[in-house]
Design a protein around this ligand. Sequence first.
Ligand SMILES: Cc1cc2nc3c(=O)[nH]c(=O)nc-3n(C[C@H](O)[C@H](O)[C@H](O)COP(=O)(O)OP(=O)(O)OC[C@H]3O[C@@H](n4cnc5c(N)ncnc54)[C@H](O)[C@@H]3O)c2cc1C
Ligand code: FES
Length: 274
Amino acid sequence: MTNNPYLPVKSKIEKVIDETATIKTFVLRPEKPVTFETGQFVQVTVPGIGEAPFTPSSSPYVKDTVEITVMKVGRVTEKLHRSKAGDPVGIRGPYGKGYPVDKFFNKEVLIVGGGVGMAPLRSLLLTLIKQIDRFKKVILCYGVKMPEDVVYKHLFPEWEKIQKLEILRSVDRCSVEARWDGTVGVVTCLLDNVKINVPGSVAIVCGPPVMMKFTTLKLVEQGHRPENIYLSMERNMSCGLGKCGHCGIGPYFVCKDGPVFTYDQLKNEPDLWA
Ligand SMILES: Cc1cc2nc3c(=O)[nH]c(=O)nc-3n(C[C@H](O)[C@H](O)[C@H](O)COP(=O)(O)OP(=O)(O)OC[C@H]3O[C@@H](n4cnc5c(N)ncnc54)[C@H](O)[C@@H]3O)c2cc1C
Ligand code: FES
C-alpha cells in the first residue's frame, strides 16, 4: 500500500488471457507487491479512462503479480479489453474484508458460482486447495449460460484430480452439437445433487444478482443458516475507502464492511438483489 491511499501503484499488464467472448483475465505486474486476502478487492486504473473495482482472481500466495478476470460491460472494462501486454495500469488497495477462511476450517465448504462470479471464487478455491487438509471437503457448483461461457477451462481438468474437491457444472442451455458432460439447467439445480452435512458446512455464493438471490433462497430452504452463507456483493464504487457513501447497503458500505458479507447481515435489506 502507498501512503496516499488514492495513489495507485504503477503496474504493467503482463499477459492477457481470453476466457470467453466477453471475459478476459489480465495478469498484472505491479512495481511493488500488492498483497491481498482472498475476497478483498482492488481499484484498477486505466490511464485516460478511469478506474473500476475488481476482486483478484489469483491466489493471494502469489505476491509478484495480481490477476483480474474482467467482463466487458462499459467504459473502463472495454478499454481494458482492448489493452495488450506491456500496457500500463494502476492498482490501489486492497480494500474491504475478504473471506474469513479460518472460519471454514474443519467444515464442508460449498462454493456456488455463476458466470464471471467465478473470479473471486477462483482466488478462494486456490486458497483452499493450498491447505485442503484443513477442510472436510470442498464442493464447487459452477453455472454458466452456455458451454462457451465457462471461464478457466484449462484449470478444471487439474482441479478435478484433487481429492476432497468435488466439482459440479451446469449450463442453462446447450446445443446438441456442444460437448457438455455436466447438467443442463440453472445452477440451483446442482444443489439438489450435492451431498453435504448442512450443519457442519458453510456456503459461499458469487454471481449475477438474480443467481445469488435464488441460490441463497434455495440454500436457506435446504437448511443452511444465514450466518453460514457468505455473499460477495457488488455496488457502484468511487473512493473504495468508506468515505464517499456510493456503495451503501443498509447500514453497511460494501467497500469497507464487505464485499464479503454473511446473508445474516443483509437478509432484511429490501434492495439487496438490485
Ligand atoms: C467489489 C467489487 C468487485 C468486482 N469484481 C469484479 C470482477 O472480478 N470482475 C468483473 O468483471 N467485474 C467485477 N466487478 C464489477 C466491475 O467493477 C464493473 O463491471 C465495472 O466497474 C464496470 O466499469 P465500466 O467503466 O466498464 O462500466 P460503466 O461504463 O461504468 O458501466 C457499465 C454498466 O455497468 C454498471 N456498473 C458499473 N459499475 C458497476 C458495479 N460496480 N457493479 C454493478 N454494476 C456496475 C453501470 O451501472 C452500467 O450499467 C466488481 C465490482 C465490485 C464492486
Ligand atoms: S466507495 Fe466510497 S464509501 Fe464505498
